[in-house]
Design a protein around this ligand. Structure first.
Ligand SMILES: *[C@@H]1O[C@H](CO)[C@@H](O)[C@H](O)[C@H]1NC(C)=O
Ligand SMILES: *[C@@H]1O[C@H](CO)[C@@H](O)[C@H](O)[C@H]1NC(C)=O
Ligand SMILES: *[C@@H]1O[C@H](CO)[C@@H](O)[C@H](O)[C@H]1NC(C)=O
Length: 385
């Protein structure tokens, strides 16, 4: 058994998740690179079309000071801004959002949507209005902040994780605290779990898998913020910071450093130095592996409590039983996305203009780009009552 553990630990870097889509801003020199993207030339990592009428630098800016300092896998983070002009397409909501530009299978199988987020005291998001943050079109998983439309009282200082508008987790949204988050989405089984930590701490399973109708067309996750209007409250400039944005399959990377580059070494050092509250010394040595196992087991069995209290030997057995299927199902999903029932149903439900170009073989819901461009999404009408 020890030999198995050492084997697992020694191939820890090999077990690190596969990045399906990398939304870190390492290859961008300026947010103006986002302007290179258009419906007719879908280049770069992001679709950039949900924003106000001014130049991109009014809404999106990059800087090394905008990232979680513990995120050594990112050279910079992004500051997303809502100002008095941040109205998109005649809507009454202020919106600045970036959408993954990829044909990778980020919408099937078991995938992890990673990001870190922070606010500061400067241009703090209003506590008097609802903010929908890092959401999917159907809102089956998202962060929310501020006064939620319809709630009692006038203000709300919470940062929440919501599943279909039901709050599963919350904390007071303090300035200067980085919240590291991964949505663990099982598009096939229909569930999402919430991994969270703050600062430099490794992600931990914070809310086990919640059953939900998880669906996406692969281009409807919104990095950024949508703010609902509210009578009697005037617009002020608001900023939210994000870093460490990527979608992963296979093993969950729990280190805030993220996969790639710094991740292997930082993951290894985290494994040898971190001290999970419930770990034995042996489990500690392979903490990155065991946390991965827990994540898979949580989704498969929805019994994270038993996993958490498992002995080391049980954890190893679980890893054999669950990690392999996770990896194989993910890789299968990559090559068979077009025939996946989940994808098919998603494409029939969602009518956003975010469909990949029809020249690509993995297109889910072919649509002409001219049609798409002339029919911008209005996904949040239903959220405005
Ligand atoms: C965006 O376009 C500009 C001008 O053509 C080019 O210099 C820059 O490298 C492009 N950015 C990316 C990320 O491709
Ligand atoms: C956007 O930037 C361009 C080039 O710097 C400038 O000429 C233009 O006036 C700007 N537009 C707005 C609305 O600020
Ligand atoms: C926030 O979380 C606490 C427990 O941590 C819970 O008691 C409370 O009901 C939650 N609030 C909301 C709005 O979900």
């Amino acid at each position: 058994m020890l030999r198995s553990l050492f084997l697992l630990n020694s191939i820890g870097s090999a077990l690190a998740g596969t990045i399906l889509w990398d939304g870190r801003f390492n290859d961008m020199t300026s947010s103006t690179d986002l302007d290179n993207w258009s419906w007719s030339d879908q280049t770069g990592p992001y679709q950039y079309y949900i924003h106000g009428t001014e130049n991109v630098t009014s809404y999106v800016n990059l800087d090394s000071t905008f990232k979680n300092p513990a995120d050594t896998g990112s050279t910079q983070g992004v500051k997303i801004t809502l100002d008095s002009t941040a109205y998109w397409n005649g809507q009454t909501m202020r919106r600045t959002e970036l959408i993954p530009q990829t044909t990778a299978a980020i919408n099937s199988g078991i995938v992890y949507y990673h990001f870190s987020m922070q606010r500061t005291d400067t241009n703090a998001p209003s506590e008097f209005r609802e903010h929908q943050i890092c959401f999917f079109e159907s809102h089956f998983t998202e962060m929310k902040a501020g006064w939620i439309s319809g709630e009692s009282g006038t203000s709300d200082a919470l940062l929440r994780w919501d599943v279909s508008s039901a709050t599963q987790w919350n904390t007071t949204w303090e300035a200067g605290v980085w919240h590291n988050i991964a949505y663990a989405i099982d598009f096939d089984a229909g569930s999402v779990a919430f991994y969270h930590s703050t600062g430099a701490d490794d992600l931990v399973l914070t809310v086990p898998a919640v059953t939900v109708s998880a669906s996406s067309n692969g281009a409807d996750w919104h990095l950024g913020v949508l703010e609902l209007p509210r009578d009697g409250y005037t617009d002020a400039t608001e900023d939210i910071y994000f870093s460490g944005v990527y979608v992963e399959s296979g093993d969950l990377t729990t280190s805030v450093a993220g996969p790639g580059g710094a991740s292997a070494s930082s993951s290894a050092s985290a494994a040898s130095t971190s001290t999970p509250a419930t770990s034995s010394s042996v489990a500690e040595a392979s903490s990155s592996v065991t946390s991965t196992v827990s994540s898979a087991a949580a989704i498969v069995s929805s019994a994270p409590a038993s996993v958490a209290s498992s002995s080391v030997s049980e954890v190893v057995v679980l890893s054999t039983a669950t990690v392999v299927p996770v990896v194989s199902s993910s890789s299968a999903a990559v090559t068979s996305a077009i025939s996946s029932p989940v994808v098919a149903s998603a494409s029939s439900i969602i009518t956003t203009p975010t469909t990949p170009p029809s020249t690509l073989s993995t297109v889910v819901a072919p649509a002409s780009t001219s049609t798409a461009a002339s029919e911008p999404e209005d996904d949040d009408d239903d959220d405005c009552y």
